[in-house]
Design a protein around this ligand. Structure first.
Ligand code: ADP
Ligand code: MG
Length: 735
């Protein structure tokens, strides 16, 4: 490109409109279908402009370079000065093809794609002002589309002369009427009226494009550019999209302080293209593919991968395996009706402070292609999903949050228990349906959040308490807990043997300056990217059987008796995803029974830590699916049933609280448990205190009311608590 610019300086005198017109008319290339024949590429494109009623002509810049290098360099270096000539040349050609469409359209806009040189976002500075440049980034905000006055027409109210204003960003009527014989020159009163019908309006949108994580120099924050989009390039990209943008950096005196030497700059896009989603950004060469396949063929490839994940963290093998599987993920499955079952694997780590959770998450975000790390409320107003924010210029913008930015990759959400209330509602939709929708301030959008989530949370009481369920330990609702495929508890328990090894490991990390993991992070990143792109394992018959056998065995106990449910179909789906990810990790197209066994082991580990009733030690998935263990549920229904019986005896008269407590104590309910249930039912509005020391049951009262209206009452109503969240085939003895 340097050489081209050099040439340009010598040949500045070319007539751009004329030269560009020749290019459009004469450029030809071999036909893709019949290489013997040549096609006139841009004449054909102009014809399709007419057919498609498009408003612009997209020129591949390499064609221009091939046709006329000096013209190409004039266009890049002095784009601003020649933009109108380019459009005029294209419009002339359009007029030849279709005079009607040309006159209706007025101007056919020329847009350029794929410049020979890309400019890093950090280099968009004064030396590129007015030049055509290309850069890439992530759209983080987008305003809505509004009409923009491209040509303002004003009419003098004294003499009727009209004036057209196209220059500048601000719309201002002239100070004096250009008509020399206008009476306003005598009176000194000049007034103009804005003519909407005569003016030219186009769509306009503003977006904010942020530097991609990979481009940010270490230790610095990403920069951003605000980009103005006009006409047919509005609404092309949405927040979260990776884009390539061609355009010009414009500068003009500040409207508030025109004498300021510092210009107001803004970027006007000439062309915008959404880059393919997902893991495509990672460049993989043929050489890389060879190395990746060699690695995959090694018998100990899994051990190598696991030992390359956060090598500075000692132990936690199963956690690292879970993280690895989440990074590899599995393919989504589509039902015939188009419904999608997610393939992404969500992982939650709950752990005492200082056990290495944040380190693991930060590592994963750095390693995974399109990985995003965010902690607590996140750094932007958009939080985890999306928000409508008002920017400095007072314009409402839709802003993408962490899950949207991680679309197609991994969202590492540290301290999820501290997230915003709004995010809580949105995040489970994001995790399961994998879209997030927003409607606010006139902006309505739904954005994709097809990201795997690796989340970490701290126990709400500082340390994890074994005698409580997971829901009572961590500040997360069941709706979110139930979306994770694996949940692991990491406890910081002093133990002389492991402490010795842990401290040895940490000290070694700090003594050796350079450590070499089994697989270098750059290569592992490519490996993961390759696997996600090209490997879509299916379950072998044996693998499917193994999973089914495990599922049925876990369910067996709850089928006929009143015992807790150990596992639900959700976990089975999780098992399938994990099994496929195990195969993907080895670049295998078919998941074997060994893969299934490893997925089962990880799931057993999860169930033994979380899917258990802390009071009885029995397997019980209730804490994750309903927020209550079977024991707690039985107690809750005993509570309501007893209250109901007492109300029956008293014919609906309010029950004495002390008597009620005694009655339950006789049935074996402890004081603390009674208080807990009492408070929670009171809070939920299930029971109420008609007067101090008295209690009544809302459901009960409804029953009486309905009965008095002559309707049949379903006994089930009162037994809601006995059943809620339990699977239908497990009848409760209470009802
Ligand atoms: P958390 O997020 O769980 O509170 P951090 O990830 O911030 O904990 O870890 C605190 C520090 O302790 C980190 O510097 C980490 O490297 C170190 N650390 C914690 N657990 C381990 C471990 N198992 N092996 C090595 N270092 C560890
Ligand atoms: Mg932490």
């Amino acid at each position: 490109m340097r050489e081209v610019i050099g040439l340009a300086e010598k040949q500045q005198q070319i007539d751009v409109e004329e030269a560009f017109g020749s290019f459009l008319r004469e450029f030809s290339e071999p036909d893709a279908k019949d290489p013997q024949k040549n096609v006139e590429k841009y004449r054909d494109l102009v014809r399709s402009v007419v057919a498609n009623k498009s408003k612009s002509l997209v020129v591949e810049f390499k064609d221009l370079v091939a046709f006329d290098r000096s013209l190409a360099s004039v266009i890049t270096s002095e784009y601003d000065a020649h933009a109108e000539e380019l459009d005029a040349a294209a419009t002339n050609l359009l007029a030849v093809e279709s005079p009607d469409y040309a006159s209706a359209l007025r101007t056919l806009k020329v847009r350029f794609k794929d410049l020979p040189e890309k400019t890093p976002m950090r280099r968009l500075r004064s030396d590129v002002l007015g030049k055509l440049v290309e850069f890439k980034g992530v759209v983080v905000r987008a305003s809505r589309v509004s009409p923009y006055v491209q040509k303002a027409v004003y009419q003098c109210m004294s003499c009727g002369t009209t004036v057209e204003i196209t220059e500048g960003r601000r719309m201002r009527p002239p100070a004096v009427c250009p008509n020399p014989s206008c009476p306003s020159h005598q009176t000194g009163i000049t007034r103009f009226r804005f003519l909407l019908k005569e003016s030219v309006l186009v769509d306009r949108q503003r977006i904010r494009v942020q530097e991609e994580q990979e481009e940010v120099p270490p230790g610095q924050l990403p920069t951003y550019v605000d980009v103005e989009l006009f006409d047919d390039v509005v609404d092309v990209a949405r927040p979260g999209d990776r884009v390539d943008i061609v355009g010009v950096l414009e500068g003009e005196p500040s409207p508030t302080d025109p004498q300021d030497r510092i210009l107001d700059t803004y970027f006007v896009a000439n062309y915008i293209e959404v880059v393919d989603k997902g893991f495509e950004e990672v460049q993989i060469t043929d050489e890389d593919v060879k190395r990746i396949k060699e690695l995959a063929a090694l018998p100990d490839i899994k051990e190598r991968i696991l030992s390359s994940i956060a090598p500075q963290i000692y132990g936690l093998g199963y956690v690292k395996e879970a993280i690895a599987l989440s990074m590899f993920g599995s393919q989504p499955v589509y039902a015939p009706d188009g419904t999608r079952i997610r393939g992404d694997i969500h992982i939650l780590l709950i752990g005492d402070p200082g056990v290495g959770k944040s380190q693991l998450l930060q590592f994963a975000a750095k390693l995974a292609p399109r990985g995003i790390y965010t902690s607590g409320k996140g750094s932007s107003a958009a939080g985890l999903t999306a928000a409508v924010v008002k920017d400095q210029k007072g314009e409402f913008m839709l802003e993408a949050g962490a899950m949207v930015l991680a679309d197609g990759g991994i969202a590492c959400l540290d301290e999820v228990d501290k997230m915003d209330e709004n995010d809580r509602v949105a995040i489970h939709q994001a995790m399961e349906q994998q879209v997030t929708s927003i409607a606010k301030a006139g902006i309505v959008a739904s954005l994709n959040t097809r990201a795997s989530v690796i989340a970490a949370a701290n126990p709400k009481l500082g340390r994890y308490m074994d005698d409580r369920t997971v829901g009572d330990n961590v500040n997360l609702p069941v709706t979110i807990l139930s979306r994770f495929d694996l949940i692991y508890i990491i406890k910081d328990k002093p133990d002389s043997l492991t402490d010795k090894m842990l401290s040895d490991h940490i000290l070694k990390v700090h003594m050796v300056t350079e450590q070499k993991p089994a697989i270098a992070p750059q290569l592992l990143r490519k490996y993961i990217s390759y696997a996600r792109r090209y490997v879509a394992p299916t379950l072998s018959e044996e693998a499917a059987n193994a999973l089914q056998e495990f599922f049925l065995k876990m369910r067996e106990r709850s089928v006929s008796s009143d015992s807790p449910v150990a596992i639900t179909p959700r976990q089975l789906e999780g098992l399938i995803r994990l099994t496929k990810a195990e195969a993907r990790l080895r670049l295998r197209d078919v998941a074997t029974v060994e893969d299934a066994q490893e997925a089962i082991n990880l799931t057993k580990m999860y169930l033994s830590q979380v899917g258990i009733d802390p009071e009885t030690g029995m397997p019980d998935i209730g804490p994750v699916t309903t927020g209550m263990t079977h024991t707690q549920q039985n107690r809750a229904s005993l509570f309501l049933k007893t209250l109901e019986e007492m109300l029956d005896q008293s014919k609906g008269e309010d029950v004495d609280l002390e008597k009620f407590k005694e009655e339950l104590a006789e049935k074996g309910m402890g004081e603390a448990e009674f208080e807990r249930l009492y408070r929670s039912f009171l809070r939920d509005g299930e029971i109420f205190e008609p007067s101090p020391g008295k209690v009544n049951y809302v459901g009960r009262r409804k029953k009486y009311e309905r009965r008095s209206m002559g309707g049949e009452v379903q006994a089930a109503e009162a037994c809601r608590y006995g059943r809620s969240g339990r699977d239908s085939q497990a009848p409760s003895d209470v009802c």
